[in-house]
Structures are given as C-alpha cells and as structure tokens.
Design a protein around this ligand. Structure first.
Ligand SMILES: O=C(O)c1ccccc1NCC(=O)[C@H](O)[C@H](O)COP(=O)(O)O
Length: 241
C-alpha cells in the first residue's frame, strides 16, 4: 500500500482541545489541554500536526498565543488553520514556525489576496476546500462561498500547491470519509489533496490510502483519535506503506 501522511488534529476553542460535529459552533466535546494533546501525538510518532484556531475561524476571538505556544513546542511539521484571512493573521501564523497554513474563507472572499500570497509563499500555502455537496463554505463553515470545481480551477491557475478537502457532513461524525468527493477532486486537479473529516476506523485510513495513486497525499484525523477508536501508533502503522 502506498504511504499516506497522517495529520492528527488539535482543534482549539476557548483554550481547549475540542471536536465539533459538522464543524458547528456549540457542538463541542472538550478534550483538555491542546498542548498535552499535541505532545501526545508527537510522542506517538506523528510527523505532522493539524492545528486549528476555531475561535479565529468563527470570529469569536482567537487563541493566537496558545496556538503559537503549541506550534513552538513541536519538533514535527505543523499545518495551521482557522481565521487566516489577511496580512496580519498570515504573518502571525507563519511566525509560529509552522510548515504551512490553510486558507479557507479568504480563498472565497478575497481571491486577489490569496493569489498574491500563493505567489509569495508557494507551498507554505494550502487552501481548505470545505464543502456541503459541491458548495464551498466559509466563515467557520457558516456561509456559502461558491462552487467547488470553479474555485478549484481558479486556484489551480494561480498555482495553489495543495488542497485540504473536507466534507462538512462527515466532519466530527465518525461516519467515514467521503471517498467519492476525494476521487472527484483528485480527478479535477494535479495538485496533492489532504483528506479531512469523518475518519472512524483503520479501514477508513486504508481506503484513503488506496487513493494515493489518484493524488491523495494525507489524511487528517481528529475525533477517532480522541474517541480512542484506534491509537495513533496503529494508524501510523497502517499508513506507513
Ligand atoms: O479548519 C478549519 O478552519 C475549521 C473551521 C471551522 C470548523 C472546523 C474546522 N476544522 C475542522 C478540522 O480541521 C478537523 O480537525 C478535521 O476535519 C478532523 O475531522 P474528524 O476526523 O472528523 O474529527
């Protein structure tokens, strides 16, 4: 089986590591200290951490200092997401030393700025394509933001290096990933795709890994790890190729 990168998630709301259902504000289950969670994933052998500032994504404040503390404590690569929408928030995100950032809302609302930062920062910029059906959602997944495939075509033409693809209907539900969506996005772009949302089992990871030849590069796993559906060590073993 081809190797799949695994990105355990730490989503931060109001200073706590949480998981949401369908990304909905108010559906939080809390899992304690974000730093402890991140260090646990690092100790278990993760090569990447997917770190999300949910308050910044929802516009309910931010966890910027804590996010910087967590990112700074990591020896592994960090992908940072949530509320990165302008020069100041991008500069703060990159100053944490993270390997890359995910832009979501900005790719829908300020496409000129996104084209500019893609040109400036290359593969330090990924775009999160968060969808319901084939409609993109921004502002913490609360507002419609256009057609998935039209936006993908535009971002490809601007040189976007990578996409993080989430089916919101699956996110935080432990119902399995949307493999059809992943296949369709891979068919529409030559750029690598990171799958996010819904992973519930080691078989789900095997199914995502079977899409590596199509262009899937990695998988983000949140709820399944916190719910102890499997251990990160087991997951890393399964995706190691
Ligand atoms: O990433 C964001 O910006 C974001 C914004 C609003 C709500 C949720 C957001 N991200 C959620 C994640 O990235 C999850 O960590 C990831 O999809 C894992 O999902 P799961 O394995 O289903 O818990």
């Amino acid at each position: 089986m081809p190797k799949l990168e695994l990105l355990p998630a730490v989503d931060v709301r109001d200073g706590q590591a949480v998981r949401l259902v369908h990304g909905e504000s108010g559906s939080e289950t809390s899992y304690g200290s974000p730093l402890e969670a991140a260090l646990a994933w690092q100790r278990a052998g993760a090569e990447w951490l997917h770190l999300v500032d949910l308050d910044a994504a929802f516009g309910t404040g931010d966890n910027r200092a804590l996010i910087a503390e967590v990112a700074g404590a990591m020896d592994i690569k960090v992908e940072l997401s949530g509320g990165i929408r302008d020069d100041a928030s991008l500069a703060a995100a990159l100053a944490t030393g993270c390997r890359r950032v995910n832009l979501g809302t900005a790719a829908l609302e300020t496409p000129e700025w996104v084209a500019k930062v893609i040109a400036e920062h290359g593969d330090q910029i990924a775009v999160g394509l968060d969808v319901r059906g084939t409609t993109l959602r921004g502002r913490g997944w609360t507002r419609d933001g256009g057609d998935l495939y039209e936006t993908l075509e535009r971002l490809d033409s601007e040189g976007c290096a990578r996409y993080v693809v989430t089916d919101i209907a699956k996110d935080g539900t432990l119902q399995g990933p949307n493999l059809e969506l992943l296949k369709n996005v891979c068919a529409a772009t030559d750029k690598p795709v990171v799958a996010s949302g819904g992973v519930s089992s080691l078989d789900d990871l095997r199914a995502i890994a079977s899409l590596v030849p199509d262009g899937v590069e990695g998988a983000i796993v949140g709820k399944a790890l916190y719910a102890k559906a499997f251990t990160l060590e087991e997951a890393l073993q399964v995706v190691s190729g």
